[in-house]
Design a protein around this ligand. Structure first.
Ligand code: NAD
Length: 317
């Protein structure tokens, strides 16, 4: 039985599948050739991350397909309900990458507080000739300890981020659309401690956060969670991280709020128009950007590969 891992899979996942009699193909087949490739090779399982789209055309025209796996959380690139209605099993690996995304966000919080994202771009060309000027340019860094981090969306990643931020001495407040448990576990030096974040209303979070990090899925109606109105109600000089999904912040409103200095700095791992994000975002010197790498750690990819392999074995064997 052939499994096509079109956006890649960890070696651990390949090994586990091979040991259970599956053949894993790791070719990256172009989107418009997928239907033919799946049919010619009688692929039973198609594994994707966020790049490959699994829409009606594939579901309707590939009768060999029995399993679609998404390495990661968001399944907006798959017509999930339609596939399930056709008897295809669709699974993701929701928990495997939470910690990796949370760690990237911590890195972004530090980076937009100390301008390392910008200074590391300037140093190669300017560092030797204008060291003192650069030192002055980046002299107004701020500390995370004691600052308020507002987390919007308190699911797996939001909770994981809270544990890191609490560990750094931040004051963490959180808002979620649904009722949630505000207790978070922190593992420190072999001990597990329990701490609570403060639950707040959405408006209160916007008003009182020094930093905001979004951890919500793409909204079903496509609306932005932070649009012009919400950005205008933030504390002056707030800093924002979006490692959730492009579109949960309105990109035009974000640029306006940066140019008016309403918000100070932003870190984006996700963009509305992936994989061709707009250049004015990428070139803005108040935006730290990464190419959607929240889950891209060796550890998370290994967990994802193994979890997908287990789900395939359970479903197809
Ligand atoms: P999750 O389902 O555990 O948590 C999402 C939370 O958001 C839920 O508690 C939900 O109630 C809440 N929510 C939804 N809409 C909301 C709104 N408008 N306001 C407030 N709360 C709202 O999901 P998760 O595992 O924490 O992942 C969150 C998102 O992170 C995913 O949907 C995915 O889009 C994104 N993600 C990004 C990367 C990356 O590489 N950057 C990797 C993994 C996941």
């Amino acid at each position: 039985m052939k499994i096509l891992a079109n956006d890649g899979i960890s070696q651990a996942g390949i090994d586990k599948l091979a040991a259970n009699g599956f053949e894993v193909i790791t070719n990256n087949v172009p989107q418009d050739e997928l239907v033919d490739y799946i049919n010619e090779n009688q692929v039973v399982g198609l594994l994707v991350r966020s790049a490959t789209k699994v829409r009606k055309d594939i579901i309707d025209n590939c009768s060999s397909l029995k399993f679609i796996g998404r390495g990661g959380v968001g399944m907006d690139n798959i017509d999930v309900e339609y596939a399930r209605s056709k008897g295809i099993t669709v699974q993701n690996t929701p928990a495997a990458s939470s910690q990796s995304v949370a760690e990237l966000v911590m890195g972004q919080l530090f980076s937009i507080s100390r301008f390392t994202f910008d200074s590391s771009k300037q140093m190669p060309s300017e560092g030797a000739d204008n060291f003192k000027q650069l030192k002055k340019k980046y002299a107004k860094g701020v500390e995370l300890r004691g600052k308020t981090l507002g987390i919007i969306g308190f699911g797996r990643i939001g909770r994981s981020l809270a544990s890191y931020a609490l560990g750094c001495g931040m004051n963490v407040i959180a808002y979620d659309k649904f009722e949630f448990d505000s207790t978070v576990s922190l593992s420190i030096a072999g001990q597990t401690l329990k701490a609570s974040v403060k639950k707040v209303a959405f408006d209160e979070l916007l008003l009182s956060s020094d930093y905001i990090s979004l951890h919500v899925p793409k909204q079903e109606d496509g609306s932005a969670v932070l649009g012009a109105k919400e950005l205008n109600s933030l504390k002056d000089g707030a800093r924002i991280v979006n490692a959730a999904r492009g579109g949960v912040i309105d990109e035009d409103a974000l640029l306006d709020a940066l140019s008016s200095n309403k918000i100070a700095y932003v870190a984006l791992d996700v963009f509305e128009n992936e994989p061709t994000p707009r250049k004015d975002l990428l070139e803005n010197d108040k935006i730290a950007s990464t190419p959607h790498i929240g889950a891209a750690t060796i550890e998370a990819q290994e967990r994802i590969g193994l979890e997908l392999a287990e789900k395939i074995i359970e479903t197809l064997k």
